[in-house]
Ligand binder design. Structure first.
Ligand code: SIN
Ligand code: FE2
Length: 216
């Protein structure tokens, strides 16, 4: 019911503009929670999380997997998208319909109709894991946005600008939040601060992030 008497606290904004072309849709994934977690479990059973190595030889603190036609990988040879999981030599698991539908729907709401992801990177953060500031630039065409879905423990997302040295905004991302960035902010630097310890009722001591992209 509406707040007729004006004594309820104002509802938290469900939509927040983070900059030109970048939108936070708070709780957007919550209605799909059960199906998303089922999909995640099925994908990870086929393509388990693993710690990849950067071209410089450092093991990433975030464990990763992928689903969809292409998966993002890193090893001593570089960063790239490829159709096969290097662990199994087989194609990455199919992208669950609920993943694709959520990514496409969120993109429409953020002003990017026609986004059809062909890659979903799945990041698994355990307490202490972090992702330093970087640009997503291994994709073929930057006309397509990035759609990022947060599940599990809350994390502090950093969202900067076109230069690594630009001021960085810190945005707490909670279970069910979706961030979409594209257009003028498509190549903005972003990262995640070290995950704090905690226990999420559905995912335990973990944060899972699904990053949808059009790789090709
Ligand atoms: C990423 O940039 O790939 C991950 C972002 C996040 O975990 O929120
Ligand atoms: Fe990224």
């Amino acid at each position: 019911m509406d707040d007729l008497f004006g004594d309820d606290p104002p509802a938290e904004p469900r939509r927040e503009e983070l900059g030109e072309g970048a939108v936070l849709l708070r709780g957007r994934a919550l209605t799909d929670e059960a199906a998303l977690l089922d999909g995640l479990e099925a994908v990870i059973a086929e393509a388990p999380f693993r710690h990849m190595v950067t071209p410089g030889g450092f093991e990433m603190s975030v464990a990763m997997s992928n689903c969809g036609p292409f998966g993002w990988v890193t090893d001593r040879r570089g960063y790239r998208y490829q159709a096969e999981d290097p662990l199994s030599g087989k194609p990455w698991p199919e992208m669950p319909d609920v993943f694709r539908d959520l990514a496409e729907g969120a993109a429409v709401e953020a002003g990017y109709p026609g986004f059809t992801p062909d890659a979903c990177l799945i990041n698994c953060y355990q307490p202490g894991a972090r992702m330093s500031l970087h640009q997503d630039k291994d994709e073929h065409d930057f006309v397509h946005p990035i759609v990022s879905v947060s599940l599990g423990l809350a994390a502090m997302f950093q969202f900067g600008g076109m230069k690594r040295s630009d001021p960085v905004r810190r945005i707490p991302l909670l279970h069910g939040d979706v961030v979409v960035w594209g257009g003028p902010s498509r190549l903005f630097y972003h990262g995640v601060l070290a995950l704090k310890d905690g226990n999420h009722p559905k995912l335990g001591a973990r944060r899972i992030n699904l990053t949808f992209r059009r790789a090709q």
